[in-house]
Design a protein around this ligand. Structure first.
Ligand SMILES: Cc1ncc(COP(=O)(O)O)c(C=O)c1O
Length: 438
């Protein structure tokens, strides 16, 4: 018996259909590709209600932006309060405390005993672009090492750093130069051994020309791939050996999802820079580069920045998010959610052959669907059908993976056990049907 999902019309309902018509007439076609055919009217916690009055359980959390849930009352109050005072100055024109407060909190939370310095931007891609600029300026080198199945954004440089050609790169070249793609070592998709990585790097590029290695500690769009034991530690060692800066892209993994504020804290690895965004400001556009102070502070004034970066409303939201994560013990909640998610999904794995792998850390968990467990051939179409059936039945679920054959959990850490259990009822029905249809 559904407690939280409430479907009053077919999905999409008539008002959503009407909005889709208006959208098709005037909105750029590449933007008209939403997961949900239902248009949102309200979002609270892990629930979303559409314009036709249907309520969904949202496991996508705005593609991982809503760790503290949709419209958390404390975030909304901070935004309203800031809006009552002022909306914008540009921090480099007239400075304001909200910017400093976020930087103080991020510098305190980021791993490393060294002094840190923080720069704020708008989007994840902007944070990555700026981390690369900072690394190049600091080292006087141009090379950037990235990984297979990585995702770092859609601007020219970050699109180049992103692996997947379609839809992100096809037709958008020429790409930025000096980007070198190396294997991300993970057990379910074996490539090389951890101890072979350095040798491969040195055959590919002169490491003395590399400014930075940019790595997602757990790959997000790539399918929540968890690194093999020793991989991130090896990257730290190799980067230090060659004077290369190590940059952790925590845009999807950060802000508590893995049970640590920054996922890199799950390993004994301290990067030189961390990029944060998404859940940092609960959907307000804010990103950050947190760097060693000696690295960041050697850049000349105004060499990085932008008109809107570190907007005061977004800063107030981020400050509140960080406090909520601490006050509501959401790191512990992420760990507990991870245990609950895995107990369901591992039981499904025992029942359904199409599940090849269940993996992740904390609440950042994914299922990989395969046509055959031995060959691990991706079951892309089945994954798409499962997602569509979930949405039709009131559960918003996000796909991922280079072959689009994974489901990833990007749910709000505020979701209740009862909501999650109800969502899993819908998901399991879809998985069972897909399994039987093979
Ligand atoms: C790991 C990672 N890096 C960078 C980005 C780009 O962030 P944005 O879309 O805010 O530019 C994303 C977005 O999904 C991401 O997951």
């Amino acid at each position: 018996m559904a407690q939280f999902i409430s479907l009053k019309t077919a999905i999409p309902g008539p008002k959503s259909l009407e909005l889709s018509k208006r959208e098709a007439a005037v909105v750029a076609a590449p933007m008209c590709d939403a997961l949900s055919p239902a248009w949102i009217a309200e979002g609270h916690g892990a629930l979303v209600t559409d314009v036709d009055g249907n309520t969904f359980i949202d496991l996508t959390g705005g593609w991982g932006c809503m760790a503290v849930g949709h419209s958390h009352p404390r975030v909304v109050a901070a935004i309203k309060d800031q809006a009552d005072h002022f909306l914008h100055t540009d921090f480099t024109s007239v400075p304001y405390e909200a910017y400093v407060a976020v930087c103080e909190k991020l510098a305190r939370l980021a791993p490393g005993t060294f002094e840190k310095s923080v720069a704020l931007f708008n989007s994840g891609a902007e944070a990555i672009e700026n981390a690369v600029k900072i690394a190049r300026h600091t080292t006087g080198r141009s090379g950037v090492v990235v990984f297979d199945r990585a995702f770092h954004g859609r601007t020219l440089l970050t699109m180049t750093m992103t692996h997947k050609a379609k839809p992100y790169k096809v037709g958008f070249g020429p790409f930025a130069s000096d980007v070198y793609r190396m294997p991300f070592i993970t057990s379910y998709h074996p490539t090389i051994e951890v101890n072979e990585w350095e040798k491969l790097l040195t055959t590919y590029v002169d490491p003395s020309t590399v400014a930075c290695i940019v790595v997602e500690p757990i790959q997000g769009e790539g399918g929540f791939r968890v690194p093999s034991d020793g991989f991130l530690e090896m990257l730290r060692e190799v980067s230090r050996k060659y004077g290369i800066l190590l940059v952790a892209d925590e845009i999807q993994t950060g802000a508590g999802r893995t049970g640590k504020f920054f996922s890199i804290e799950n390993w004994n690895v301290v990067p030189d820079m961390i990029c944060s965004a998404k859940s940092l400001a609960a959907g307000m556009p804010l990103s950050a580069v947190i760097a060693r102070k000696d690295i960041m502070d050697q850049l000349p004034g105004s060499s990085i920045g932008g008109t809107y970066v570190g907007n005061p409303v977004a800063c107030r939201a981020a400050s509140e998010v960080i406090d909520i994560i601490e006050d509501e013990h959401l790191l512990e909640r992420a760990v507990a959610l991870g245990t609950l998610i895995r107990s369901h999904w591992n039981a499904w794995k025992d029942r359904y052959e199409i599940i090849g792998d269940v993996r992740g850390i904390g609440a950042m968990q994914a299922i990989e669907f395969v046509k055959d467990r031995a060959t691990r051939e991706p079951a892309t179409q089945l994954n798409g059908e499962i997602i569509k059936e979930c949405v039709r039945n009131g559960v918003l679920v996000a796909g991922s993976g280079i072959y689009g054959n994974c489901i990833r959990m990007l749910v709000s850490l505020e979701i209740t056990d009862a909501q999650l259990t109800e969502a899993f009822g819908v998901m399991e029905t879809a998985v069972a049907r897909a399994n039987a249809s093979r």
